[in-house]
Design a protein around this ligand. Structure first.
Ligand SMILES: *Cc1c(COP(=O)(O)O)cnc(C)c1O
Length: 820
C-alpha cells in the first residue's frame, strides 16, 4: 500500500444514540446532504439541522392546511412585492420549540449552533420597513392562527450589499441563493402562464353587441411557485409564503430551438428569467421602469390564478369568493390585481361588469404606506396600454363607474379630476393609488396620524365619496424576533421576574412596570444592556477595526437613508456638539457614540452624499484627541435584518427624527423601545402613539408638529431666519459647507448645505435648536442612571401594544372578517 492509499483519519465524535435528535442530524447529514460528518462544513451542518427541524414543521404544515380546508373557513392572501425576511433558522427553531434541544444536540456533535446560525444567508427580499412589516405579519398570522398565504416574488438577487469605500456607498450584488435554500419547496405543478402585450378581440352576438373580450398576449412567461413554511409561535399553525419565479414557456423555446434559432431560444429564456432577477432598490420612491410594472403584474396575476384555482377546487362558484378569500394589497405595488380580477371574472368566468365589480370590491383591502408624492405610483398610459391592453380597457370601464358615482355623490369638477384613475396633468397616467382605493372595501393607514393625514390629503376626495372605507391599523413588530431571539439576555431576565405569561400574552409585559422601582432589578437590567452593547462593540471592532467604549451613551439611527428621515439633522447636531466640546472642554460632557446604519437608493444622489458626510464627519471627530472619550461617530455598513438584530438590543437612545407628517409609521422605533432604548423623536408616525403608551415623561419629544410643518410651508418658510438666529447651527453648517470635513474636496457639501439655506424642504433649520436642546435633556437624564434605567424599563414594559399580533387581530376582525 502506498502512502496515498492509507485512509486518512478524521477525528470522529462518538456516534450519537439511535433515535436521538443528534442521531437524526447525523443521518440527515449523511443521507440528505451526502456528507461524512468528519468532513462536513458549517453549511452542511446548517443544512442538515434545518432539514431535521423542517420535517417536523412539514407535519404541522400539512395539518394546518387540512384544518383550514375542513373548516371551510376564509383564507387571507397577503400580496406584497417585498418580504424582508432576514434569517429564518432561529425563528423557525424557536417557534416550533426546538431551539434548546437543537443547541444541545449539535453541541454533543461538537457543533456550535450560534456559529452555524451566522452562516445562514439573510433573505433581503425587501427594501426596509414595508417589506419587514410583511415578514412580521406572516409570522404573526401564523402565531394568532389566521390561515394565510403570503404572495411575492422570489428575487434571485435581493437588496444589494452595501460596502463603504472611502466613505462612499458601493452597491454589490446580493446572492442569498448561492448555497441553495433548504427552506423552500419548488412546486412545478403550481405553474401559471402570464401574458403581456398583444391585442384584444371582442366577440359579438347576432345583434352586434359585445359578448366577450379575448386578450391575445404577444408574450408569455411561466410563473412557478416556491413555498416556504412560516411557523407560528409554539407551532400553533404553519402558513405558506409562496414566491413566484419566472421561467420561459417551453413550447416557444422548443419552436425556436427546432427552427435552428438556438440564440433566439436562449434570448427568450433570459428575458423570461430577467423578470424575477432583481428587487428594485428604491424605498419610498417609485421605481418607474417598465420592468417594474411587469414584475407587479406577473406576481399579481399568478397569485390571482392560484387563489381562483384553490377556490374553484373547493366551491363551484366565484360569487362566494369574498366570503372565502380576503386579498390584501400591501401598498399599490399589487394594485393591478384589481383590474386582473375584473378581467378573470368578466372575460374568463362570464360575469357581468356590475357583479364582477361587487365581488372585486368585497374581496380586496389596501394598505397605504406613504403620502410622499414621489412614492405614489402611476404609469404612463402608453406603457400600461402596450403591456396590458385589456387591463387598460378595464381601468377605463372602472373609471367610468367611479366618476358616475362621484357625480351622483355631488363631487365638483376639481374633486372628480383628483379621484379619477387617470391623471391628466401633463402626460396621462394610470394612478395606482386611486385604483387600489376604488377596488377595495377597506383602505387603511399605518398609524393614527398617518391615517388622519391620508383623509386630509391624498385621499381627501375619495374619502368624501366613501367615508366608511378609510381606517387605521397601527403597525407592529413580531416580539418573537425583536425581543425573544435578538435579546436573549433581557428575555431571560424578564422571565425570571414576571414569569412566562408575557411570552404568550404580550400585554403581560406590563407586569415589568413594578420592577422599575426596584434598584436591584434596575442594576440587572443595566447589566443586560451593557452585555448587548459589548456585543455590538465587538462587531464594530471585528468589522471596522474601531474600538468603542461600551459605557458611553449608544445613540442609534438605523433605517434607510432618506432626506425626510433627517440623518442630516443628526449629523449637523454631531458637528455642533463637536464644536461645543472643543470650545468648552471644562464642562462635564456625556460620552456619546452616534451610530448610523442604512442603505441609500443607488440613484438617490443626496442620500448617498449624506452617507459620505457621515463618514467624513466620523473620520475627523474620531481622530481628534480633543474629543477623545467624549464623542465618536460610526457608520456601520450594510444595515439589514441581521445587523438590526444586534443593534436594537444595544441602543440607549433611538433616533426617530423625521420631519413631522412624513414618516407613515416607522417600526424601527418600536423595536428599539421594546429593547429598552429611550426615544428622541418628533410627533410623527407611530411615535405619537408610543408617547401615549410609554408616558410623556419617558420619551423625549421635540420639534414642529405635522400641522405646524404644513402651516410653515403655507406661509412661506424662510430657513435663513432660523440659521441666523442659531449661532450653533450656522457655525455647524458653515463648517460643513466650507470643507472642514472634506479637505480633499472642499466644495463637496456646498450644494447640499445651500439646499438647507435656500429651501430646506425637510425643515432641518426650523427644528435644529429644539433638537439640540432635546439632546442636552438626554445628557442630563443620562447622568442619573437610576432614572435613566427606570425610564428604559418602562419603555420595554409598555411596548406590548406594538406587537404585530395586535395589528393582525385588528386586520382580521375589522378588515378581513376572519377569526383571530
Ligand atoms: C425595522 C427595519 C426597518 C424599518 O426601520 P424604520 O426606522 O421604521 O424606517 C428597515 N430595515 C430593517 C432591516 C429593519 O429591520
Amino acid at each position: 500500500m502506498t502512502e496515498m492509499m492509507t485512509p486518512r483519519k478524521h477525528p470522529v465524535a462518538p456516534l450519537p444514540e439511535a433515535g436521538t435528535l443528534a442521531d437524526e442530524i447525523v443521518k440527515a447529514l449523511m443521507f440528505r446532504v451526502g456528507k461524512n460528518p468528519s468532513v462536513a462544513t458549517g453549511y452542511d451542518w446548517l443544512n442538515a439541522s434545518i432539514k431535521v427541524v423542517r420535517d417536523r414543521i412539514i407535519a404541522r404544515w400539512i395539518e394546518s392546511t387540512q384544518r383550514t380546508y375542513e373548516a371551510g373557513g376564509k383564507r387571507v392572501y397577503y400580496l406584497s412585492l417585498e418580504f424582508l425576511i432576514g434569517r429564518l433558522m432561529r425563528d423557525a427553531f424557536s417557534n416550533i420549540g426546538l431551539m434548546e434541544e437543537m443547541r444541545d444536540a449539535l453541541a454533543s456533535l461538537g457543533v456550535d449552533i450560534d456559529v452555524i446560525a451566522e452562516l445562514e444567508p439573510d433573505a433581503a427580499l425587501g427594501n426596509g420597513g414595508l417589506g419587514r412589516l410583511a415578514a412580521c405579519f406572516m409570522e404573526s398570522m401564523a402565531s394568532v392562527d389566521v390561515p394565510a398565504h403570503g404572495y411575492g416574488i422570489r428575487y434571485v438577487h435581493g437588496l444589494f450589499r452595501q460596502e463603504i469605500q472611502d466613505g462612499v456607498q458601493v452597491e454589490l450584488p446580493e446572492t442569498w441563493l448561492e448555497h441553495g435554500n433548504p427552506w423552500e419547496f419548488e412546486r412545478r405543478e403550481r405553474s401559471y402562464e402570464i401574458g403581456f402585450g398583444g391585442t384584444v378581440e371582442a366577440t359579438t352576438d347576432k345583434l352586434g353587441r359585445v359578448e366577450r373580450h379575448v386578450w391575445r398576449p404577444s408574450e408569455r412567461v411561466l410563473a412557478t411557485a416556491y413555498d416556504t413554511p412560516v411557523v407560528g409561535w409554539r407551532g400553533k399553525r404553519v402558513n405558506t409564503l409562496r414566491l413566484w419565479s419566472a421561467m420561459p414557456i417551453d413550447p416557444i423555446l422548443l419552436d425556436a430551438f427546432n427552427a435552428g434559432d438556438h440564440i433566439g431560444a436562449l434570448r427568450e429564456s433570459n428575458k423570461a428569467e430577467a423578470l424575477t432577477r432583481v428587487l428594485y432598490p428604491a424605498d419610498s420612491h417609485q421605481a418607474g421602469q417598465e420592468l417594474r410594472l411587469r414584475q407587479e403584474y406577473f406576481f399579481s396575476a399568478a397569485s390571482l390564478q392560484d387563489i381562483i384555482n384553490r377556490h374553484l377546487g373547493e366551491y363551484d362558484d366565484l360569487r362566494s369568493l369574498p366570503d372565502k378569500a380576503a386579498i390584501h394589497l400591501n401598498d399599490t405595488h399589487p394594485a393591478v390585481a384589481v383590474a386582473e380580477l375584473m378581467r378573470l371574472l368578466c372575460d374568463v368566468h362570464g360575469f357581468g361588469f356590475d357583479e364582477a365589480w361587487d365581488v372585486t370590491r368585497r374581496t380586496f383591502g389596501y394598505t397605504n404606506h406613504t403620502l410622499l408624492p414621489e412614492a405614489l405610483e402611476s404609469w404612463p398610459i402608453h406603457v400600461f396600454e402596450r403591456l396590458l391592453p385589456r387591463h387598460m380597457q378595464i381601468v377605463y370601464a372602472i373609471n367610468a363607474e367611479l366618476l358616475r358615482e362621484a357625480r351622483e355623490g355631488g363631487l365638483n369638477d376639481s374633486q372628480i379630476r383628483s379621484i379619477s384613475l387617470i391623471g391628466e396633468d401633463g402626460e396621462r397616467r394610470v394612478r395606482m393609488g386611486n385604483l387600489a382605493f376604488a377596488g377595495s372595501h377597506s383602505i387603511n393607514g399605518v398609524s393614527a396620524l398617518h391615517t388622519e393625514l391620508m383623509k386630509e390629503t391624498v385621499f381627501a376626495d375619495l374619502h368624501q365619496l366613501y367615508p366608511a372605507r378609510i381606517n387605521n391599523k397601527t403597525n407592529g413588530i413580531a416580539q418573537r424576533r425583536w425581543l425573544f431571539q435578538c435579546n436573549p439576555g433581557l428575555t431571560a431576565l424578564v422571565r425570571e421576574v414576571i414569569g412566562d405569561r408575557f411570552m404568550d400574552d404580550i400585554d403581560a409585559l406590563r407586569d415589568l412596570e413594578r420592577h422599575a422601582e426596584d434598584a436591584a432589578f434596575r442594576e440587572r437590567f443595566a447589566a443586560v444592556k451593557r452585555g448587548n452593547k459589548e456585543r455590538l462593540a465587538r462587531l464594530v471592532s471585528e468589522r471596522m477595526g474601531l474600538w468603542l467604549d461600551p459605557s458611553a451613551l449608544f445613540d442609534i439611527q438605523i433605517k434607510r437613508i432618506h432626506e425626510y428621515k433627517r440623518q442630516l439633522l443628526n449629523i449637523v447636531e454631531a458637528v455642533a456638539l463637536y464644536d461645543q466640546i472643543r470650545s468648552h472642554p471644562e464642562r462635564d460632557w456625556v460620552p456619546r457614540i452616534k451610530f448610523f446604519g442604512g442603505k441609500a437608493a443607488p440613484s438617490y444622489f443626496n442620500a448617498k452624499l449624506i452617507i459620505k458626510l457621515a463618514n467624513d464627519v466620523a473620520r475627523v471627530i474620531n481622530n481628534d484627541p480633543a474629543v477623545r472619550g467624549l464623542l465618536k461617530v460610526v457608520f456601520i455598513p450594510n444595515y439589514n435584518v441581521s445587523l438590526a438584530e444586534v443593534m436594537m438590543p444595544a441602543a440607549d437612545l433611538s433616533e426617530q427624527i423625521s420631519t413631522a407628517g412624513m414618516e407613515a409609521s416607522g417600526t424601527g422605533n418600536m423595536k428599539l423601545a421594546l429593547n429598552g432604548a429611550l426615544t428622541i423623536g418628533t410627533l410623527d408616525g407611530a411615535n405619537v402613539e408610543m408617547k401615549d403608551q410609554v408616558g410623556d415623561e419617558n420619551i423625549v419629544i421635540f420639534g414642529l408638529t405635522a400641522h405646524e410643518v404644513e402651516e410653515r410651508r403655507a406661509e412661506g418658510y424662510d430657513p435663513r431666519a432660523f440659521i441666523e438666529a442659531s449661532p450653533e447651527l450656522s457655525q455647524a453648517l458653515s463648517a460643513i459647507r466650507g470643507g472642514v470635513f472634506s479637505h480633499d474636496q472642499p466644495d463637496r457639501y456646498r450644494d447640499l448645505i445651500d439646499g438647507i439655506y435656500e429651501r430646506d424642504w425637510f425643515m432641518v433649520a426650523a427644528d435644529f435648536d429644539a433638537y439640540a436642546d432635546a439632546q442636552r435633556r438626554v445628557d442630563a437624564l443620562w447622568t442619573d442612571p437610576a432614572d435613566w434605567n427606570r425610564k428604559a424599563i418602562l419603555n420595554a414594559a409598555r411596548m406590548g401594544w406594538f406587537s404585530s399580533d395586535r395589528t393582525i387581530r385588528q386586520y382580521a376582525n375589522e378588515i378581513w372578517d376572519v377569526p383571530a
